[in-house]
Design a binder for this molecule. Structure first.
Ligand code: CP
Ligand code: NVA
Length: 307
């Protein structure tokens, strides 16, 4: 198995296509029980935003590997009282083997990574959610057998999940269509980066036309219209985002075999209807389970020497 020993994962684009493929393969081997690695390591979770899936899946993955997890809630550490990130990173490196951080600014995890001597994992920032996309690609591969040639259509806000999907999809050689309201498009720098990663192998389409984006897609993906930290904008966004709701009539434009993904938590009746998330195309519970397998593959790979 090729390794990512000691590396950081701040963006899904920190991986190359081969490394991404390796992680997806190991994720499946871990899920099937073909691989049963052990690693006596300690992971710190430093989360300044709420989390159910990421927190629990990282914790259980570490326990299943025979390792430990420390919850570094900023409210009970000196982080919450303003100790510099540079100092915290150097101190935590003396105790921990890796650190997963969920916070607002991408710059903050970059600072941590610069000063830490251990792998730093982006467990969600305002810019990206790379661990989510590992599980998403794993789920799509499980459902369709392979990734090449598929089209993923993301509808809604051009947010952290959309960014990582653009980059991860481009790396994996899938077409990524993103349909958002005007003024809510993904970061143009990320779009350019995705286009450059996709080269001529897959298509990156950014549009305001939900129906055109969904046409022929095998995977329909959505996320909340207002992310953590934007709660006060949620109500005003509802009418703006309504044309991008994942509902039965929109899905009629997709491939006959299309599946529906959502990173969760979901707001039924907003970005997705109850009928769709509970319907036969939905793979959201499988997708949520795969967070654990994909992150376990990542951890094993980062801890390679003792795995
Ligand atoms: N999808 C996801 O990251 O969920 P949590 O916010 O519950 O971790
Ligand atoms: N875009 C969402 C994802 C939550 C997992 C947020 O940042 O809140």
């Amino acid at each position: 198995m090729e390794q990512l020993q000691g590396r950081d994962l701040l963006s899904i684009a920190d991986l190359n296509a081969q490394e991404l493929g390796m992680l997806l393969k190991v994720s499946q081997q871990l899920k099937s029980g073909e691989l049963k690695p052990r690693c006596d390591k300690t992971l710190g979770l430093l989360f300044t935003k709420a989390s159910t899936r990421t927190r629990v899946s990282f914790t259980v993955a570490m326990y299943q590997l025979g390792g430990n997890v420390i919850d570094l809630n900023p409210n009970v550490t000196q982080v919450g009282r303003g100790e510099p990130l540079e100092d915290t990173a150097r101190v935590l490196s003396r105790y921990l083997d890796a650190l997963a951080i969920r916070t607002f600014a991408q710059k903050d995890i970059e600072t941590f990574a610069e000063f830490a001597e251990i792998p730093v994992i982006n467990a969600l920032t305002d810019l990206e959610h790379p661990c989510q996309i590992l599980a998403d690609l794993m789920t799509i591969q499980e459902c369709f057998g392979s990734l090449g040639g598929l089209t993923i259509t993301y509808l809604g806000d051009g947010n952290n999940v959309a960014h990582s999907l653009l980059l991860g999809g481009a790396l994996a050689g899938v077409n990524v269509h993103v349909a958002t309201p005007p003024n809510y498009q993904p970061d143009p720098q990320i779009v350019d980066q995705a286009k450059s990663l996709a080269q001529n192998k897959s298509q990156i389409l950014i549009t305001n036309d939900a129906i055109a984006a969904v046409e022929g897609a095998q995977v329909i993906y959505t996320d909340v219209w207002a992310s953590m930290g934007q709660e006060d904008l949620a109500d005003s966004r509802v009418p703006i985002f309504q044309p991008y709701q994942v509902n039965d009539s929109l899905i009629e434009h997709a491939d006959k075999e299309a599946i529906v993904l959502h990173c969760l938590p979901a707001h039924r009746g907003e970005e997705i209807t109850n009928e769709v998330i509970e319907g036969q195309r939905s793979r959201v519970w499988q997708q949520a389970e795969n967070r654990m397998h994909a992150q376990k593959a990542l951890l094993v790979s980062l801890f390679a020497e003792n795995s």
